[in-house]
Design a protein around this ligand. Structure first.
Ligand code: ATP
Length: 433
């Protein structure tokens, strides 16, 4: 421990009151139960970096389930306990507090390690991914705010470095390769030179192949959810990691252009409608893999071990997006009605992807769809058709659909037009009013 730093003032200043109280209360309770308690991980990192992050992760030396149960009992909060792993989640007024018991098994420290105190929190922190995520702050009353920094996390935050804690880190968990990239781009940090070398080794040793499909997808999803994901894609390319997603080249300058188009359309959309899209990663995913064939897309879903639900959403979404792009590109005369019929069945994420994959001169199709076509409504309804004397049948749907197309394409401008066209259409279908 280089310097003992106390963060109680930082906690007081930077945390909303309710979180500060939770930490104080859990700390005092842990005193009562004669256990040590710490906040750890991203919460501490983001506290030091002044980023908002109120995912409260508490690690207890002793038994976290006892602390969690007692705390929840006193606060009248909900608790769910995982006895086998000695972890628990408390939901207090809608806030989630994670409790875990410090994990001590497996690790022997080399004799050379500067072992100031061989506490189990140290073992727990040693199992973590990067130094910036290995910080803890004690919350027991006597030591409230004491910063625990065994692995140089503070220095690495200052130096803007992503660094693993030991040489076997990526062997223990190869998915950390993707986490390294994610944190690097999120914070604008560099991956440290030694850590870089270890990433290259793990790629050369094909350790990445061991990552379970679900996880491989998760990591990509997280990366694609970052604001700076384009920088992350550059790193994925640099480390030759795309090959674990597809044998075909997916990342090149053309793709970058498509992704830039996507971001332009998406910013236009958020500005226009003051609305963000929670799952924008889906659009990015679609554009990234847009050059795969049907079979390759299906294989990708299999590699990710997708459940039926994910297959129906992402894999089908990608296939539909490709199909719509193809149709729009091949259609000689792209009318508003045709655009409407193609885009309307897609959710917004996939519509953005369609826009990104069209040539830029066709941007207006997407913009017009959002601002005009999708809100186009007929002035008449099935009731008006009944009033004209037609009997309700499937034909109503057909006629109303055709009327909307005519309206979209500008053939119909008022209610009278709609009624006249309706009659004409019924006549064409051999129905009398
Ligand atoms: P985010 O803001 O993305 O949630 P986070 O640091 O809170 O960042 P989590 O994935 O929620 O990230 O993980 C919480 C903590 O658990 C991390 O800070 C890290 O200490 C540890 N951790 C998570 N995943 C791993 C992993 N694969 N290997 C080692 N430690 C991990």
């Amino acid at each position: 421990l280089s310097k003992t730093r106390n963060l109680s003032n930082v906690l007081k200043d930077r945390l909303p009151e309710k979180y500060f109280s939770i930490l104080e209360e859990v700390g005092m309770l842990s005193d009562e139960l004669r256990m040590n308690a710490y906040i750890v991980g991203g919460f501490v990192r983001d506290l030091l970096m002044r980023n908002k992050n109120f995912d409260v992760d508490i690690v207890v030396e002793g038994d976290a389930t006892v602390v969690a149960r007692t705390y929840a009992g006193r606060k009248g909060a909900k608790v769910s306990v995982h006895d086998k792993f000695k972890t628990a989640v408390v939901i207090l007024n809608g806030d989630r507090i994670d409790f875990a018991t410090a994990r001590t098994e497996y690790y022997d420290f080399p004799a050379a390690a500067p072992e100031v105190e061989s506490s189990s929190i140290k073992n727990d922190l040693y199992r973590r991914d990067f130094s910036i995520n290995s910080l803890a702050v004690q919350i027991n009353n006597k030591d409230f705010g004491k910063l625990i920094d065994f692995f140089g996390g503070q220095k690495d935050i200052k130096d803007k470095k992503i660094r693993v804690l030991h040489n076997l880190s990526f062997v223990d968990d190869p998915s950390r390769v993707f986490r390294a990239i994610r944190f690097a781009v999120r914070f604008g940090f560099e991956i440290g030179p030694h850590t870089k070398k270890l990433i290259k080794h793990s790629v050369n040793l094909n350790l990445i192949e061991r990552i379970a499909g679900v996880r491989l997808f998760q990591e990509l999803k997280y990366i694609l959810s970052e604001d700076n994901y384009i920088d992350a894609l550059k790193l994925l390319d640099e480390y030759d990691l795309f090959k674990y997603y597809s044998a075909k080249e997916v990342y090149n300058s053309g793709k970058l252009e498509n992704l830039e188009n996507l971001e332009k359309i998406y910013s236009w959309y958020t500005f226009q409608f003051s609305e963000v899209c929670d799952e924008i990663y889906k659009s990015r995913f679609c554009v990234l893999f847009s050059n795969l064939t049907f079979k390759e897309v299906v294989n990708l879903g299999e590699r990710f071990n997708f459940s039926g639900k994910m297959r129906d959403d992402l894999i089908k979404g990608l296939l539909k997006t490709k199909n719509v792009v193809l149709k729009i590109t091949k259609t000689k005369e792209v009318t508003p009605a045709k655009v409407y019929r193609l885009l309307n069945p897609l959710s917004n994420e996939y519509i953005f992807s369609v826009g990104a994959l069209l040539s830029q001169k066709d941007d207006y199709l997407i913009k017009d769809y959002f601002t005009k076509y999708r809100n186009t409504k007929l002035l008449i309804s099935g009731n008006d058709l009944k009033k004209l004397g037609y009997k309700p049948s499937k034909l109503f749907g057909v006629v109303l659909e055709k009327l909307l197309d005519l309206k979209l394409d500008g053939y119909i401008t008022n209610k009278e037009d709609e009624l006249n066209w309706a009659k004409k259409l019924f006549r064409e279908h051999g129905a009398d009013g």
